[in-house]
Design a protein around this ligand. Structure first.
Ligand SMILES: [Zn+2]
Length: 169
């Protein structure tokens, strides 16, 4: 079974859960399916259509805009699996300002890199090398956690993700 996108009562995307969890939320009356998948879940007595997008019946307060969690996988996704120095295949994470030189482990200071560039740069600052960083690393868009949670965002999720992105703060 796949995964389901969970929307807040306000239709704001909240998280991604295993489809089985989405079925439980719907059956227990905590959420409604707003988009069904083509899968069914069979138990002894009933067959349930597995939802692909559900909307909670209650509003979950999100106290602050969550920053996407910084992980190797998330950085690779942001950087299109390309070494940000030479464009080769990403194999590792490089701290632009090395940690040994006071660099932060933060979105703005990490890039995907191939082993060769990473090793070649070592503990040096970019200015001490002849290497180039054409694209300045930035924290990804707030909703990139959706992309990280599923390897491919289903097409019918897009309408629920796009408006939220455009909503004024
Ligand atoms: Zn490289």
């Amino acid at each position: 079974m796949g995964r389901a996108l969970v929307l807040n009562a306000s239709y704001e995307p909240l998280c991604v859960v295993p489809a089985r969890r989405a079925v439980v939320l719907v059956l227990s009356g905590k959420a409604d399916s707003v988009h069904d998948s083509d899968q069914e879940l069979h138990s002894e007595r009933l067959a349930v259509i597995v939802p692909s997008v559900i909307r909670l019946r209650y509003y979950v307060r999100v106290p602050f805009h969550r920053a996407a969690a910084l992980s190797r996988r998330a950085v690779f996704h942001r950087d299109d699996f390309r070494c940000q120095y030479c464009g080769g295949d990403a194999e590792s994470i490089d701290h632009v300002v090395p940690r040994s030189r006071g660099g932060d482990h933060a979105w703005e200071n990490v890039v995907a890199a191939c082993r060769r560039c990473n090793a070649g740069k070592g503990d040096r600052l970019l200015s001490e090398t002849s290497m180039d960083l054409p694209r300045r690393p930035v924290a990804p868009r707030e909703l990139s956690w959706v992309v990280v949670a599923v390897s491919q965002v289903p097409e019918h999720w897009e309408p629920y993700l796009v408006p939220a992105r455009k909503q004024p703060a």
